[in-house]
Design a binder for this molecule. Structure first.
Ligand SMILES: N[C@@H](CCC(=O)N[C@@H](CS)C(=O)NCC(=O)O)C(=O)O
Length: 215
């Protein structure tokens, strides 16, 4: 049994781990808290969340956690053995998702979450520019594939789906029809929808915006 410590809400990276736990039908206890709380500091000295406790060990960083869960549940085919070319390619996609797409979209969201008079429009503009550039890169690399590694859903798809959901929620344009369709494919997965339904803070934010999760 795993224990997932994370912050609830639309922006939370805890929901990536929750999504992966749901994909592999794992049993877990979720502890909601905020970064830098005593509970957060007990699992990560930096106070940054999410963290996953597995027995007496703790793993931090959503990408490392999801990859670990995929590796330890190989029957689902969500990752590849370490040292293989496919594994290296999969890691490449993980870095692309978290660096090239998550980086700029998160910078943009931080500005959008500010009151207009406090917003740094130049920072917002640059972040949106970088986001669109990364989306175009994803479009080229994804090609006609259903998922980034081909026909099989793997760890990086979950990360792309999560940032794609941020784009949808924050009305951030995705200047590629194929990437938009890919994001939609991902957030239609039952495990993602279950994850969001379980998060009361995210559910309230969706309701306030009048937004329903795709069927
Ligand atoms: N790369 C980390 C980023 C984690 C992260 O930024 N978590 C947020 C909450 S979703 C946080 O703890 N923020 C507080 C901070 O950065 O001080 C991951 O993917 O787990």
């Amino acid at each position: 049994m795993y224990t997932l410590v994370g912050m609830p809400g639309i922006g939370s990276r805890k929901n990536r781990v929750c999504w992966m736990l749901e994909e592999i039908n794992a049993e877990y206890e979720a502890i909601d808290t905020v970064p830098h709380s005593d509970i957060a500091l007990a699992v990560n000295p930096t106070g940054v969340l999410p963290a996953l406790r597995d027995g007496d060990k703790v793993i931090t960083d959503s990408a490392a956690i999801c990859t670990y869960l995929a590796d330890t549940h190989p029957q689902f085919g969500f990752s590849f053995p370490s040292g293989t070319v496919q594994r290296a390619q999969m890691e490449g996609w993980n870095y692309m998702a978290t660096n090239d797409l998550e980086g700029p979209i998160w910078s943009a969201i931080r500005q959008l979450n500010r009151n207009e008079d406090e917003r740094l429009n130049e920072v917002l503009g640059l972040a949106l520019e970088d986001w669109q550039k990364a989306v175009k890169g994803l479009e080229k690399k994804l090609g006609e594939n259903t998922y980034v590694m081909g026909e099989q859903f793997t760890v990086p798809d979950l990360f792309f789906g999560h940032v794609g959901f941020w784009a949808k929620f924050y009305d951030i344009p995705v200047n590629s029809a194929s990437v938009l369709a890919y994001f939609d494919r991902l957030i239609r997965r039952p495990a993602f929808r279950k994850t969001m339904r379980q998060d009361a803070v995210a559910t309230a934010a969706l309701a306030e915006k009048g937004m329903v999760l795709p069927a």
